[in-house]
Design a protein around this ligand. Structure first.
Ligand code: NDP
Length: 327
C-alpha cells in the first residue's frame, strides 16, 4: 500500500514522502478501511510538516480525515463493504491517519457515510466542514435565526470559512466574509456571501472595548486580535463560535462585551464530539450544504501533492477544500 510517511531526523527536522509500505505496519484497531479519499486541513499542515507538538512518534502517517470502504471488521457495527467516514479522535496525530490506501482504526471513531454524500463529497467537507456545521449548530442553539441580522465568517476563503459561508447562505442568512484575499470576491459571492470585509479592517488591536453593534453571529476561524475586535462589534446577546487560531492563539480582549452586551463566546471542538452529535452534524451537512457550492470550492489532489499543499495551508494560501484521491 502507498502512504505519506513523515520521518524525523536526529536534529528534530521532519520530511514527508510517498512510500510503498507493508500493510503489516498498520497500527492496531478493530476496523480496516480501504481509504478512497482524504483531505487537507490546517492541522494536517502541522502534522505533515513541523508536527506542532501534535505528532508524538515517527515514522508517522498523517491525515486527520478519511472516507472509504470497510475491508475487515472485528466489530459488530461494521461489515466489509460498509462506507465509512472518520474525522477527529486525534487520528493523523497520535494514530496513523488517512494519507494512505488503508487505515486501521477503532470502530468507535467511525460514522457510517451519511446518506446523500459520496466518500469524495464527505472529504470535500472533512474536519473543516464538519466543524463549520458544529459552529452553526451552536449558534442556532443560542438563538441565532436569519432574521437576527448579518453573520460574520472570518477566514472566509479557507476551509472552515468557505463551508460555513455556503451553509449559512443556503439557510437564508446574510453572510459577511472576512478575507485577506480581496481578489477572491467572486469566489465568496459564489458561495453565497453578500458582503466582503477586508482583513485589514479587523486587524487592529482593540482600542475601544465596544464598537457599533453590527453582527448577529460569527463563525471565527482566525482567533487572535481579530476575534477580540469582533467581540466588541457583536449585537446584544449575540454569540461567536470560536473555531480556529489561523491568526493567533492570544485573545487580547476585554470582558466588557460579555458584561455590557451579554455576548457569548462558544468554544467548538470537533475532535472529541460524541457519536450522536457527529451523526446529527453529518445529517445537517448532507441536507444544508448545496452540492454545487461544495463542488465550486473543491480542488482535487493526489498523495504526492500533500507535502507541497501542507506548506501552503500553513501560509494561508489554500482556497476552499482540497480532496485527495489516495488511489
Ligand atoms: P485554512 O487555512 O483553510 O483557513 C484559514 C483561513 O484563515 C485562511 O484561508 C485565511 O483566510 C485566514 N487566515 C490565515 N492566516 C491569517 C492571519 N494571519 N490573520 C487573519 N486571517 C488569516 O484552515 P482551516 O479552515 O482548515 O482551519 C481554520 C482554523 O480552524 C485553523 O486554526 C484550524 O486549526 C481550526 N480548526 C479547528 C477545529 C476545531 O475542532 N476547533 C477543527 C478544524 C479547524 P482569508 O485568506 O480568506 O483571510
Amino acid at each position: 500500500m502507498r502512504a505519506v510517511i513523515v520521518e524525523q531526523a536526529e536534529d528534530g527536522s521532519t520530511s514527508a514522502s510517498v512510500q510503498e509500505i507493508d500493510e503489516s505496519r498498520l497500527p492496531e484497531g478493530e476496523v480496516t478501511v480501504r481509504v478512497e479519499f482524504t483531505t487537507l486541513n490546517y492541522k494536517d499542515g502541522l502534522c505533515i510538516g513541523p508536527g506542532g507538538g501534535l505528532v508524538k512518534t515517527y515514522p508517522h502517517v498523517p491525515g486527520i480525515d478519511l472516507a472509504g470502504t470497510v475491508e475487515a471488521s472485528e466489530d459488530a457495527r461494521y461489515s466489509p463493504g460498509d462506507k465509512v467516514v472518520l474525522t477527529g479522535w486525534r487520528v493523523g496525530e497520535l494514530h496513523w491517519g488517512g494519507y494512505a490506501q488503508k487505515a486501521r482504526v477503532k470502530a468507535d471513531w467511525l460514522v457510517p457515510l451519511p446518506e446523500g454524500l459520496t466518500t469524495k463529497q464527505a472529504m470535500a467537507v472533512g474536519t473543516a466542514g464538519f466543524t463549520a456545521m458544529l459552529a452553526i449548530m451552536a449558534l442556532e442553539d443560542h438563538g441565532l435565526t436569519p432574521e437576527a441580522g448579518e453573520v460574520l465568517v472570518t477566514g472566509a476563503t479557507g476551509g472552515v470559512g468557505s463551508i460555513a459561508t455556503a451553509i449559512l447562505a443556503n439557510l437564508g442568512y446574510e453572510v459577511a466574509g472576512v478575507t485577506g484575499r480581496l481578489e477572491q470576491a467572486q469566489y465568496l459571492a459564489l458561495l453565497g456571501a453578500s458582503k466582503m470585509v477586508s482583513r485589514d479592517e479587523l486587524d487592529h488591536t482593540v482600542k475601544r472595548p465596544l464598537e457599533r453593534e453590527t453582527w448577529a453571529g460569527c463563525v471565527d476561524a482566525v482567533g487572535g486580535a481579530m476575534l477580540a475586535r469582533v467581540l466588541g462589534q457583536m449585537k446584544h446577546g449575540a454569540s461567536v463560535a470560536a473555531v480556529g487560531l489561523a491568526g493567533g492563539a492570544q485573545l487580547p480582549a476585554t470582558v466588557v462585551p460579555f458584561l455590557l452586551r451579554g455576548v457569548n463566546l462558544l468554544g467548538i471542538d470537533s475532535v472529541m464530539q460524541p457519536y450522536d452529535a457527529r451523526l446529527r452534524a453529518w445529517q445537517r451537512i448532507a441536507s444544508d450544504l448545496p452540492k454545487d457550492r461544495l463542488q465550486g470550492m473543491m480542488v482535487e489532489a493526489r498523495l504526492e501533492d500533500l507535502p507541497r499543499l501542507a506548506a501552503e495551508i500553513l501560509e494561508g494560501r489554500v482556497r476552499g477544500r482540497v480532496v485527495v484521491n489516495v488511489n
